[in-house]
Design a protein around this ligand. Sequence first.
Ligand code: ZN
Length: 255
Amino acid sequence: MRALGYSVEREGVPVQAYRCDATKPKAHQYSPPEPGDPWYLAYNLYARRRGTALPDEQVVVLAHKDSQSWVDSPGAYDNAVGTISVLEIARVLRDYAPRRSLCFLLCNEEHTPWTSVTAARGAKERGENLVAVFNLDGLGGKSAEETAAGSMTNVTLYTAPEGERLAELMAQVNKEYGIGLMQRPYARPHPGDDDGSFVNAGFPAAVANIGSYPYADPNYHCETDVPEAVDLANVRLAVQASLAAIVRVLEGQWP
Ligand SMILES: [Zn+2]
C-alpha cells in the first residue's frame, strides 16, 4: 500500500478467538471465548489518500482480512476475496487523485471483538465525515446451483435509507457499464458485518457487497472454503462494479 502511494497506519486491537461448538450446524459452530482464554493483538490497517477538492468528505473501502478462528478454514471466499479486492482497487487507483478523501481499511472480524467496531467508533470520535462505506465480503460466493448455471451475482446489503441509495448506485453502474452482474439490493433488518459496525457508530451510508444473501456458499465457514472453489470471473465483475460506484462517490457525483 505504501508502494502504491498511500499513507499507511496500523492500529492494534486486543481480541479473543471464538471457541468451536461442534454441536451446532456446520456454518455456525462458533461460540464465545471463556474469560480466561488468551488475548491476541489484531491490527486494523488504514491506507489513506487525501482528496483534492473535498478532503473532509471520506469514502471508506474495507474488508476483513482474517478467516475463522474456530475451524481450520483457508477462508478463500470469507474473506480472502474481499481482501484481494481491496488491494486490487488500491492498485488500480494508484495514480488517481480523488476529489474526496479515500481510505482503505483492512480489519478483522472472525473473533471478538470485531476490529471494525474500533475503526468505526474512532472515526466518529475524531469527527470524521464518512460519506460512504463499502464492505467487500464473500464476493461471488453463491449456491452450487448458481455456480453450475454460470450466474454472475452480487447482492448489496444495506440497513438505512442512505445505504439503499448506495445499493441503487451499484445497480446503476452495473447497467451503465454493461458489467453484466445479476445485481440485487437486500435490506437487512439489523446492522450486520463490518458495514454494520459503521452503521452502529452513526454512519448510515454503509453497504456490503456479497455474492448471495442469505449467503448460499456450500463451503461457508468450512475447511473446504478453498481457492479452487472461487469463481474468479464473478469476483472480477463484482470488483469492477464496486470500483465504478466507489469512483462515482469519490468524484462527488453521489449522493
Ligand atoms: Zn466474512
